[in-house]
Write a protein that binds this ligand. Structure first.
Ligand SMILES: Nc1ncnc2c1ncn2[C@@H]1O[C@H](COP(=O)(O)OP(=O)(O)O)[C@@H](O)[C@H]1O
Ligand SMILES: [Mg+2]
Length: 221
């Protein structure tokens, strides 16, 4: 079972947005997925309520996280997506402790680049694989926008693994959520849908690599 935690101390970076879109993408692929809304603000739960569908089970809260995850494993869930609040509460560290991979969404911008460092620190302390995902970025014009280039440079200087792609700022991404859908369902041919698909494939590859490092192969090597 792969546990993906969306974390960042910066509110508005895109944790709930990416969790919902990736959740919807998983539902489309009919992969057994569990969403966990660990943020008392309840954005992911609200989206789920609007969605009104049973293709994506949702658990609200992280109080009994270990038990919830154990049950999910018994039920044959393949993917768990956990949304977390933008604070430094113990619940966020607890979610990260259970993660196989932590996704840190980051808007390109000075304040955002500065703010992710606290979350990176927690991942490093807990020895958890993590990756920054640049979100709500200006559209590419042949190459990365200067804002994105700057943000990538800052991450590189800090030796922070950063997804080579980007999620571009797009009204489709917020509009689709208001309808309880993901962008893949709302406008399947859009660039937003394509980007979420690319992110998904990159995450799946990362899980395979992590599994290779920590799983049977590494132990028998
Ligand atoms: N790539 C994007 N394009 C357009 N709007 C976005 C994008 N990512 C996030 N948003 C919008 O920004 C706001 C904050 O995003 P949200 O996912 O709630 O952040 P967080 O969960 O990290 O606080 C929401 O209104 C969301 O719709
Ligand atoms: Mg949120």
């Amino acid at each position: 079972m792969n546990i993906l935690v969306f974390a960042s101390r910066k509110g508005g970076s895109g944790k709930s947005t990416l969790a919902a879109h990736l959740g919807s993408y998983m539902a489309e692929q009919s992969r057994p997925t569990l969403l966990i809304d660990g943020d008392p603000q309840g954005s992911l739960a609200l989206w789920h309520q609007v969605r009104d569908a049973r293709d994506l089970p949702l658990y609200v809260g992280t109080k009994n996280l270990a038990a919830t995850l154990a049950k999910a494993r018994r039920d044959g869930v393949e993917w768990v997506l956990i949304d977390t609040p933008p604070n430094a509460e113990a619940a966020v560290a607890e979610a990260i402790r259970h993660a196989n991979l932590v996704v840190i969404p980051m808007r390109p911008g000075l304040f955002d680049v500065d703010a992710v460092q606290a979350t990176i620190q927690v991942c490093r302390e807990l020895k958890k694989p993590y990756a920054v995902v640049i979100n709500a970025a200006p559209a590419k014009n042949g190459s990365d926008d200067p804002m994105v280039k700057d943000a990538r440079g800052a991450m590189q200087a800090l030796d922070v693994p950063t997804w080579a792609g980007q999620i571009t700022h797009s009204p489709d991404l917020s509009l689709s959520l208001a309808h309880g859908t993901g962008v893949n369902e709302f406008s399947s041919k859009s660039s937003g849908s394509e980007e979420i698909g690319k992110l998904w494939r990159a995450l799946a590859r990362s899980f395979e690599a992590i599994e290779g490092m920590t799983g049977k192969h590494a132990q028998s090597a």
